[in-house]
Design a protein around this ligand. Structure first.
Ligand code: FAD
Ligand code: UDP
Length: 757
């Protein structure tokens, strides 16, 4: 509100309080800090009838409204304020929905009805988190999630502040603390269990006790209830805790909370232990600093771990700061302000009742007769993500789909074609199909026969020795002149070389902890530095973790149950998939060219997500490759499908020969060299924490972009294999089908209601 107060008059209207019986209704007024925000508290006579309150509040409000010149924005945190304010003429009505209030203890019965009215009245709705947005998004056409941000500088003071508040100073260490309203959302049994399990810990609870009797709070010698504190004081208390707590009960009233204190605690440099609140797990669950525990035993254990962490100012804190860097109230303010401006602009345009109805329906899948667009869906990108969705939507839901790709062919990066020598080759490097998912294999089997093929790769090391990669027993024997005969012997050998790594984080850690430095340098360091343009120590562990280490002599590159190549190639498989009534394919068309004029209801975008949003937050790094394809006048070039070249002095990473994969026989052969590049077509998302943090900002934007879905390797910035993209597309389709089912039912109900009237 402070930010909104710049250049505007902001008045906060509080819940009424009650004064003497004989008092006439009045408004108490105060100014909040330096913000200029005026807080008005209605004071009503004690004992006055509840049914008279509305009229009293309305009269008081009207005196305030009469003093205002210019446009008014009505901004509601609760629908309960609607009855005495709904008549006020406003340029924009905002519903800032912070919780599923109807699930709260003592929630008034009229709340649900009033919320329905407010949803109808509001020009724009904000929700205090994603779960809440997911629950309410079908209720309003202009609804946006705004999970809590954080005033980092304010709470970061907890990292440096010395000198404790008097009521906390004497408490023994270690200390675990919570601040916030103490109400029915707090898991009191959990608090008691925690205090009992670790009597030597001090558990500090700050905040007013609301809606529950103080006697209901568990009492223990190490449980300290210090009462409510000012926002200004919180960092000083936090500074005296080792670990911050979120001991919320998991029930209806906490299903949609998105606690602001999570980023605040983290900004204060404290590890957090929480019960499994959906939005906490969703936004922060991947951080080492945030432990989620569902049972009292697990919660105590998680507190032990968090305490251990709090003693080290290590990488966990860096990861916290990277995540928090993307959060700021200024950005929240900017985006809210923009939405309010847009909503007010839309309200100013006079609309006929017919138009209002149409606008409300524009976001639903079912249109009134006469407004049918030529396409239900525009899908951008004819790779796996786009083609699977086009096929499913057309064949299963009877949708009319326009599928476009800027390339002159289907298949995305999996595209293959016969070259001048008649060899079926992969234009964008070797694509080997492998999966453990029966669903994915069965789905694709409708469009292709398969040719059994298990990919094998050799690494060219030490100036010319060819040994199997992934490292297996044969690799070790050939490299070191050993005769390791069993898995156990190979395992013992690797163990003697492996270097323990306390916490495996990076792509270097993964390999060194499994096989030691020498094998790491022989097989991984150079290859990775070439492929990614950075050291493995700078890349997330997931990159090199793709390549296992084996103690057996299994020399297959993949271990999946299903390893086959499409018998007639990928392109033919895509053609079969897209040969459906309802699909219109336009190749050589860039989305940007048609963005403004294409006529469709919904969009599925499978290109780079940052490009879709015009690089609003900056470019997401994608790694590229240059392919050099060669036709050789010889039957074979190398003994296996791919040979890797980890040596940094060699400019390419690998050479692949397609005939091994396709089983073709032909007097000539075709090979492809891969030269990693920083610029060029985006092929690989680069798994690093800061890139993930940047992607999360785009993802947040994507989530609130109505009627657009982002699917695939580039659009969800995930280093996915083909089968994972197919799985993701099928899951997206299931969600669409479910939603369409719901919308259809809702539309029918609405139509029936109209007919009945
Ligand atoms: P893509 O295949 O990239 O398709 C996206 C499409 O969108 C592209 O065709 C692009 O032209 C189009 N597009 C983007 N922006 C626009 C726009 N603005 N307008 C119009 N069209 C647009 N996976 C495996 O399982 N096994 C392997 O062996 C394997 N090997 C690989 C080797 C290499 C060299 C590479 C780069 C990837 C490999 N993969 C492999 C991964 C595989 O390619 C991907 O998982 C899969 O192709 C991703 O499908 P997609 O639909 O998400 O993206
Ligand atoms: N890698 C390596 N040496 C190898 C093979 C792989 O260092 O011989 C590392 C490298 O960082 C590579 C990653 O492991 O990018 C994943 O390998 P994969 O073969 O899965 O890569 P992709 O086929 O996706 O390019």
């Amino acid at each position: 509100m402070t930010r909104f107060a710049k250049g505007r008059r902001v008045i906060v209207w509080e819940e009424p309080v009650f004064g003497p019986v004989e008092a006439t209704p009045r408004l108490d007024s105060s100014i909040c800090g330096e913000s200029g925000v005026r807080v008005l508290t209605p004071v009503l006579p004690e004992g006055s009838a509840r049914e008279d309150h509305e009229a009293m509040l309305r009269t008081l409000l009207d005196t305030v409204v009469a003093s205002i010149q210019g446009d008014i924005i009505r901004w509601y945190y609760t629908p309960m304020m609607l009855p005495f304010s709904r008549h006020v003429d406003a340029a924009c009505v905002v519903y800032d929905c912070m919780d599923e209030l109807a699930n709260f203890k003592f929630a008034p019965p009229e709340l649900t009805l009033l919320e329905r009215e407010l949803m109808g009245d509001a020009d724009v709705v904000f929700t205090g988190g994603y779960s809440l947005w997911e629950a309410k998004r079908d209720r309003h056409p202009n609804i946006h999630p705004f999970p809590s941000s954080v005033d980092r500088a304010h709470f970061a003071k907890a990292r440096v502040l010395r000198g404790e508040p008097a009521d906390q100073a004497a408490l023994p260490w270690p200390r675990l603390g919570f601040y916030g309203v103490v109400d029915e959302r707090m898991d009191l049994d959990l608090l008691a269990a925690l205090a009992d399990a670790r009597p030597e810990w001090s558990i500090v609870i700050l905040g007013p006790v609301v809606k529950i009797a103080p006697e209901a709070l568990p009492k223990r010698p190490n449980l300290h209830y210090l009462g409510g504190k000012d926002y200004e004081e919180l960092p000083r208390y936090l500074a005296g805790w080792d670990v911050a707590l979120m001991p919320f009960a998991i029930n209806e009233s906490t299903r949609f909370i998105s606690p602001t204190k999570t980023p605040e605690y983290l900004a204060g440099g404290r590890p957090v232990v929480s019960t499994p609140i959906v939005d906490v797990a969703r936004h922060y669950g991947e951080l080492e600093a945030v432990k989620i525990a569902a049972t009292p035993e697990a919660f105590v254990e998680a507190c032990d771990e968090a305490l251990a962490l709090s003693r080290l100012r290590g990488d966990w804190l860096k990861a916290v700061d990277t995540t928090l860097a993307a959060l700021s109230w200024d950005e929240t303010f900017g985006r809210m302000n923009l939405e309010i401006g847009r909503a007010a602009g839309a309200r100013r345009k006079p609309a006929t009742p017919g138009q209002i109805g149409a606008a409300a329906l524009a976001s639903s899948a079912v249109r009134p007769a006469g407004r049918k667009k030529p396409f239900d869906y525009l899908i951008v990108g004819a790779g796996f993500a786009g083609s699977v969705l086009a096929e499913r939507l057309a064949s299963q839901l009877g949708k009319r789909v326009m599928l476009v790709d800027r390339r002159p062919h289907v298949g995305g990066n999996a595209y293959d074609e016969k070259d001048a020598a008649g060899v079926l080759m992969h234009k964008y490097g070797p694509h080997l199909f492998h999966t453990n998912s029966e669903e994915v294999a069965n789905y694709l089997s409708q469009f292709t026969r398969w040719r059994p093929y298990e990919h094998r790769v050799l690494a060219c090391v030490r100036g010319g020795l060819h040994v199997p990669i992934p490292i297996n027993r044969t690799t070790l024997n050939e490299l070191y002149g050993l005769k390791l005969a069993t898995d156990a012997e190979a395992e013992a050998f690797l163990k003697s070389r492996a270097e323990p790594v306390e916490k495996v984080r990076t792509s270097e850690d993964v390999v060194i902890s499994a096989v030691g430095r020498e094998l790491y340098e022989t097989f991984f360091r150079g290859y990775t530095r070439k492929q990614w343009g950075m050291d493995p120590s700078e890349l997330d562990k997931s990159v090199t973790a793709r390549v296992p280490t084996r103690t057996s002599t299994d020399d297959r590159y993949f271990a999946d149950k299903f390893q086959n190549m499409p018998a007639d190639g990928y392109t033919r498989m895509f053609e079969n998939m897209l040969d459906q009534p309802g699909i219109t394919l336009e190749l050589g068309v860039d989305f940007e060219e048609i963005r403004d004029e294409a006529d469709f209801d919904r969009l599925i975008f499978t290109g780079p997500i940052d490009a879709y949003f015009d690089y609003r937050f900056g470019k997401l790094p994608y790694r590229s490759l240059e392919f050099r394809h060669e036709i050789l006048d010889q039957e074979w070039f190398q003994p296996v499908g791919t040979v890797n070249y980890p040596d940094e002095a060699v400019p390419y990473t690998r050479i692949s020969e397609y005939k091994h994969m396709t089983g073709q026989s032909c007097p000539k052969t075709t090979i492809t060299y891969e030269f990693p590049r920083a610029d060029g077509d985006p092929y690989y998302p680069v798994p690093r924490p800061e890139n993930q943090a940047l992607y999360k900002r785009y993802e947040a934007l994507a989530m609130e972009t109505r009627d657009v879905q982002f699917v695939g390797r580039l659009a969800t910035y995930r280093y996915y294999n083909m089968d994972q993209v197919v799985g993701q597309a099928l899951a997206t389709f299931r969600r669409i089908a479910e939603r369409e089912g719901r919308t259809l039912i809702a539309a029918q109900a609405a139509a029936q209601a109209v007919a009945a009237n």
